[in-house]
Write a protein that binds this ligand. Structure first.
Ligand SMILES: Nc1ncnc2c1ncn2[C@@H]1O[C@H](COP(=O)(O)OP(=O)(O)O)[C@@H](O)[C@H]1O
Ligand SMILES: [Mg+2]
Length: 252
């Protein structure tokens, strides 16, 4: 791929104080994402994936190193880069449709309504337009968060295990929808997951992270066109390569 570099992560490390002592959870991490690339960060629970995404999103200052987006150092969150987290949550005092339309307050009412409707339907929440988040299941809240993020058309999406709380079918639908959007709009997507299949299904490149302290252990380019045939030999070979990389046995 020859598009310009969108994101540069340079020597980023993070330590948290534990019992008064700094404990390193991320050792220097270096990588780049090109504009329009779909990159998955794959690694075991606790390896620092959310920490890294928080640094990239400007929510957490790294202990050392620097993140550059479009050549500019990241120092705080920016609405052009939308972060969809596991826990950050939606606004509890707004309804589903108000949540999705939140970032669109400058839009003419008719267009805003249309866009809200589009994304609400896309994530299967059209029947809950007037509901408040407290009335939604965890999975519905996560779909709402995704719809809200997509509605404002950010140029970069930072997704942190966003599909985890979803049932298998919804999860599959949203993966397809995300790929469709990505193909149509070519956003740069950084997608954190601990699900190997999710990574092989979605990514241009998978950055495999090691257990804590996290570092990038291997970068694997998934050179398969979309839609991917998850029963094909090539798919299974990539899957096996990632299993090996994560140190998981092939047989149980
Ligand atoms: N605020 C914090 N203070 C101390 N330790 C933290 C804090 N946040 C995360 N950690 C620790 O840092 C490590 C990485 O966490 P995290 O980035 O959430 O991993 P992942 O998202 O890969 O599961 C974990 O061991 C976690 O316990
Ligand atoms: Mg996490």
């Amino acid at each position: 791929m020859t598009s310009p570099v969108k994101l540069r992560v340079r020597g980023v490390s993070v330590s948290y104080p534990v019992d008064g002592q700094p404990r390193e959870v991320l050792t220097p991490v270096d990588f780049e994402c090109r504009e329009g690339e779909f990159v998955c960060l794959l690694g075991p629970s606790g390896c620092g994936k959310s920490t890294l995404l928080n640094v990239i999103g400007g929510f957490l200052a790294p202990t050392r190193g620097q993140v550059l987006i479009d050549g500019q150092p990241v120092t705080r969150p920016d609405p052009r880069r939308i972060f969809v987290s596991q826990e950050r949550g939606v606004f509890p005092w707004l309804t589903v449709e108000e949540n999705i339309g939140f970032g669109l307050s400058d839009w003419p009412a008719a267009q805003r309504e249309q866009r809200v409707e589009h994304y609400m339907t896309m994530v299967g929440l059209a029947g809950s337009a007037r509901a408040y988040p407290s009335e939604l299941s965890g999975g519905m809240k996560q779909r709402l968060e995704l719809a809200r993020a997509l509605a404002v058309n950010p140029d970069m999406l930072l997704l942190d295990e966003s599909f985890n709380a979803l049932d298998a079918i919804t999860r599959h639908t949203l993966r397809q929808e995300l790929l469709r959007l990505w193909t149509a709009e070519r956003k740069t997507i950084l997608f954190v997951t601990h699900d190997l299949d999710e990574a092989v299904q979605l990514a241009d490149r998978v950055l495999v992270m090691s257990a804590r302290p996290g570092r990038i252990q291997r970068v694997i380019a998934i050179d398969l066109p979309h839609p991917r045939d998850i029963a094909s030999l090539e798919y299974l070979q990539y899957r096996r390569q990632l299993l090996d990389e994560l140190g998981l046995a092939h047989r149980i």
